[in-house]
Design a protein around this ligand. Sequence first.
Ligand SMILES: C[S@@+](CC[C@H](N)C(=O)[O-])C[C@H]1O[C@@H](n2cnc3c(N)ncnc32)[C@H](O)[C@@H]1O
Length: 312
Amino acid sequence: MTSGAHAAVLAQEAIEALNIQSAGIYVDCTFGRGGHSRLILEQLGKGGRLVALDRDPEAVAAGRGVNDPRFTILHCAFSSAGEALRSNGVSQVHGVLLDLGVSSPQLDDARRGFSFRYDAPLDMRMDPGQGISAAQWLATAGEADIREVIRNHGEERFAKQIAAAIVAARARGPIDTTRQLAAIVAEAVPTREPRQDPATRTFQALRIHINQELEELSVVLPQCVSLLRPGGRLVVISFHSLEDRIVKRFLRSQAQADHLPARLPVRARDLPQPCLRLIGRARRAGAAEVAANPRARSAVMRVAERTTAAMP
Ligand SMILES: C[S@@+](CC[C@H](N)C(=O)[O-])C[C@H]1O[C@@H](n2cnc3c(N)ncnc32)[C@H](O)[C@@H]1O
């Protein structure tokens, strides 16, 4: 479908989990380079429809190259999915896919500033037309905020030392490039984890913060539930424990009937019914996929189905 090197993770598993109806309407909230979208289109019949979203203009440009009347690509953050779909005449869908995080083309393009492997401007925005770059944020944020972001989003135990080193370095001159930041972090971190660059956790933390990734996820999940028609499937693939925790808690909370004290004179069928049903357990990529695509190692896929119950 499109060029670019992104190997779709848990691809067959995600498509099976969507349980595609030939004439259904599906939403791929994270088009990337269209690996999952291509498989959805393969399963859809002539009357089916796929709407894809991405906040990255380069992903959207790749999507515009898809020549298929059943396919539409929209440029927006998925936190606006509900509104974007409604403005395109879509109010109910048969399935939604979220394949979270960054794509390989984003990581591999030095100019995007996501990776410490290249020397490049420290940007890290998935949509460079929105918000501020990582360099701009590091130039002005308070030391305590920098520490909290690195600790909470990077699960970095040396967050305090790294934040102090960043603040000391920026007093000498701006931190504009990935290499500068990687060097500051490497000096501040006293120990080394096997096979991991000392800047890995800090770069992850900044990327999550700059793109408001956890907030985006918390906002889109309830929108997905209201978009789904009964029997429709929600499939979410996450890549780190912070995302997966949000997904797991949300799905569980929507898949549970409200708990009332046991002795109240209320029959189970009179209680508000849950609006989601969990489908299977969390799934991980198999050894063969991980061997072929190391990015798959941390992937976790969760699936739920919309019931007929109204949303609380
Ligand atoms: C892991 S890649 C998806 C890869 C895709 N499934 C494929 O097979 O090519 C994630 C994509 O989602 C996009 N993305 C991440 N967060 C987003 C958000 N909040 N709103 C819209 N797009 C987002 C990124 O720009 C990236 O292109």
